[in-house]
Write a protein that binds this ligand. Structure first.
Ligand code: ARG
Length: 460
């Protein structure tokens, strides 16, 4: 183990295996770009405020720009002895430009440095995530457009409840994703704040200019409290929380897809591109990608719980525990982006089996509410109508007959007010069409949702 950059007050050195335990370079090198960006902003500020003279500043700026090039060319080698990305880059800078590199850290601490890098890391990745969600929203709208009049069973408790439009089902997910986008946009507001200049925890005696570094880095805002700036990670927790909710939405859709491609349902057929075969059963076509998106929601929830648990008892301000904030967040980005892409590919290539969906609404009792509503319009109190229809269902189950098979003679015995017009009401497509209340599954309502969604998507 070699002498550390902070080694002044130390007499003994840690064994390599201890260094390894404490090091974060194995993962935080993912923030190398952000670290160099942050250092450049900092040294430019030191120059502008004359905390460093021009010649020193320019040497450091040139050195950092050279490191950017070397990083880009894959020429930088990091070591565990140098612990993390911040010390590694400073150490390489020192090797390349000499002792003047030691002036870079004037008025700065690794605590505000790492917080800055981490904010930049999340900030830089949010737009791509939002874009991928919007791509899925567009695919859902396209699909909904083609399926406004595709009638399928709507479920509650996974039991046939009332017939709905498949387009309506798809637009439900569109709406969930819309809120996901809004959540990530709000997340940006809390991520777009510069911690740089908070120094170790208390600010600095140097006449730094925090607005200047914030502007350099494109931050919208500045932390007003230095203790808060270096010790909170709520922007990351919000990110993990938003990611968890998003994955939960995708996972529910995937759960339904997995069911609906099964032999028992056959509502959907997934493209060969997003399914896999079995090594033993030649007939198999497994919805692996849907299952994997469902499965991966677990690790994202885990990262949220992990960071919440890490942070729950941390005294202000910085504690080394905070180094645990990164891996889960990095992994969440690494999980989310391909999951969103695969999800979109999968839903935009799948085949909807409209006949199968429709068929499932004919031989069931999902028109029972229609009949009860019909009786209610004829003056029978709804509660009583509910009871009458319940008995008809029971009878139908015994006799293997559906409600539309009940004869007019039988209907008349229930109430002389029932007329021939009861039969069309019992057809699933009529049932759907008539649910025309705002936000309902009626075809007109679904068309309105789609129209509105198209406007929303065209906005940005
Ligand atoms: N690698 C550390 C982290 O990720 C950087 C900050 C370390 N600061 C300190 N005082 N030990 O949190």
């Amino acid at each position: 183990s070699t002498k550390k950059l902070w080694g002044g007050r130390f007499q003994a050195q840690a064994e390599t295996w201890v260094d390894e335990f404490g090091a974060s370079i194995g993962f935080d090198q993912l923030m190398a770009d952000e670290d160099l960006e942050g250092s450049l902003a900092h040294v430019k500020m030191l120059k502008k405020t004359k905390i460093l003279n021009e010649s020193d500043s320019d040497q450091i700026i040139a050195g950092l720009e050279n490191l950017q090039q070397e990083l880009h060319d894959g020429k930088l080698h990091f070591t565990v002895e140098n612990e993390d990305i911040h010390m590694n880059l400073e150490s390489i800078l020192t090797d390349e430009i000499g002792p003047v590199a030691g002036k870079l850290h004037t008025g700065r601490s690794r605590n505000d440095q790492v917080a800055t890098d981490f904010h930049l890391y999340v900030k830089n990745r949010l737009p791509k995530i939002i874009e991928e969600i919007k791509t899925i929203q567009s695919s859902l709208v396209d699909l909904a457009d083609k399926n406004v009049e595709t009638v399928m069973p709507g479920y509650t408790h996974l039991q046939h409840a009332q017939p709905i439009s498949y387009g309506h089902y798809l637009m439900a997910y569109y709406s969930m994703l819309k809120r996901d986008v809004e959540r990530f946009e709000f997340n940006m507001k809390h991520t777009d704040i510069s911690p740089l200049g908070a120094a170790a925890l208390a600010g600095t005696t140097f006449p730094i200019d925090r607005q200047f570094t914030a502007d350099e880095l494109g931050f919208d805002n500045i932390y007003t409290n230095s203790l808060d700036a270096v010790s909170d990670r709520d922007f990351a927790l919000e990110f993990l929380s938003n990611a968890s909710i998003l994955m939960m939405h995708l996972s529910r859709f995937c759960e339904e897809l997995s069911m609906w491609v099964s032999y028992e349902f056959k509502y959907i057929e997934l493209s060969d591109q997003y399914t896999t075969g079995s090594s033993i059963m030649p007939q198999k076509k497994n919805p692996d990608m849907a299952e994997l998106i469902r499965g991966k929601s677990g690790r994202v929830y885990g990262h949220l719980l992990g960071l919440l648990s890490t942070m729950k008892s941390l005294p202000l301000a910085y504690n080394k525990d905070l180094q645990e904030d990164k891996e889960g967040t990095f992994d969440t980005v690494k999980t989310l982006l391909p999951a969103l892409k695969v999800f979109n590919g999968m839903i935009s290539t799948m085949k909807v089996n409209k006949e199968k969906m429709h068929h499932a609404t004919i031989n069931d009792f999902s028109n029972a509410t229609e009949l009860a509503d019909y009786l209610a319009t004829k003056g029978i109190p709804f509660r009583e109508a509910h009871g009458i229809v319940g008995q008809l269902v029971l009878k139908g189950l015994e006799e293997h007959r559906n409600l539309q098979d009940i004869t007019m003679e039988e209907f008349k015995k229930i109430s002389p007010l029932i007329e021939e017009d009861v039969y069309p009401v019992l057809q699933p497509e009529v049932a759907v069409a008539r649910r025309n209340s705002y936000g309902g599954t009626g075809f007109e309502q679904v068309k309105k949702q789609i129209q509105q969604a198209k406007l929303e998507l065209a906005e940005k």
